[in-house]
Design a protein. Structure first.
Ligand code: PAF
Length: 281
């Protein structure tokens, strides 16, 4: 067991990192909202290979939740999270409270045009500005060499890539493949909220994405294949199905099959919103 240092203020975070920098050590940052599961731990383990020191953050960021979303019920398990970080030899946990991040008078936000629009952006109006703002702040607070995110939140990953490029933040953004349960369900903290019945239906999303990919690869019209995917999700019990679309893998604009593409979906099972995506290739 390594000595996990836990800090809750920006000056304490910066002091710890400055000490490592003085020794010539590199830093990898893994931002999270806690309730850590195996997909988070895969990011931590990959981070460990890329840098001398790994900094995890846990902050359930209120600005990325709209008023009618699940901020209040989002799972919070700090004690269990700390045990996992300790067991994995993570060096530092930054777990600030909301006042440290958004003190009175806070007035600046980061909005990434284009890639934030459509898909989840259509259904979660404040979400990507909240994500872009907190990730910008965390990157500037820690100034890591590398920051790691999961591809499960694929649109978020592209938003983060765009903001670091546009704002000249000198960090290497690494996206890691989605970690799945044995039945294919993408790991997510929100999976904890599903009933047994919903949990049994949930892997249909991944199966449907694969079925749509197969139809497109077999030459079926893209719009028709995606509509069939949406109908399959509805028939399986997802309601509403927010979207299932093929998009350009980088810009998330309309798909041009000559370039890498991604199939992305979002749909609800009861009170749980599930998202997933796969590459077309
Ligand atoms: O993916 C998440 O857990 C969050 O959106 C992130 C990137 C930590 C920002 O709050």
């Amino acid at each position: 067991m390594s000595a996990l240092e836990i800090v809750r203020t920006i000056p304490a975070l910066r002091a710890a990192i400055a000490g490592w920098r003085q020794n010539g050590q590199t830093i990898a940052l893994v931002p999270t909202m806690g309730a850590l599961h195996d997909a988070h731990m895969a990011l931590m383990q990959d981070a460990r290979k890329r840098a001398d020191r790994v900094v995890a953050t846990i902050f359930v960021n209120p600005t990325q939740f709209a008023a009618d979303e699940d901020l209040d019920t989002y799972p919070r398990r700090e004690a269990a999270d700390i045990e996992k970080l300790r067991a994995d030899g993570i060096d530092l946990l930054f777990a600030p409270n909301a006042d440290e991040i958004y003190p009175a008078g806070f007035a600046t936000t980061v909005t990434v045009a284009g890639v934030s629009e459509g898909l989840c952006g259509d259904h979660r109006p404040v979400h990507f500005t909240g994500v872009a703002t907190i990730v910008t702040k965390l990157l500037l607070q820690a100034l890591p060499d590398t920051a790691l995110f999961g591809e499960k939140d694929y649109q978020q990953l592209q938003v983060i890539r765009a903001l670091t490029r546009d704002l000249d933040i000198p960090v290497d953004i690494v996206g890691l493949p989605t970690v799945r349960e044995p039945d294919g369900l993408a790991m997510s903290s929100r999976n904890l909220h599903m009933s047994d019945h919903e949990r049994a239906l949930a892997p249909q999303m991944y199966r449907t994405l694969n079925a749509v990919a197969e139809r497109i690869r077999a030459g079926e019209d893209i719009a028709q294949a995606c509509a069939a995917g949406r109908a399959a999700l509805t028939a399986a019990g997802f309601s509403p199905v927010e979207y299932l679309e093929l998009r350009d893998a980088q810009s998330l604009a309309a798909a041009d099959p000559a370039h890498p593409c991604r199939i992305l979906a979002a749909a609800w099972l009861g009170k749980t919103r599930l998202i997933d995506n796969i590459p077309l290739s």
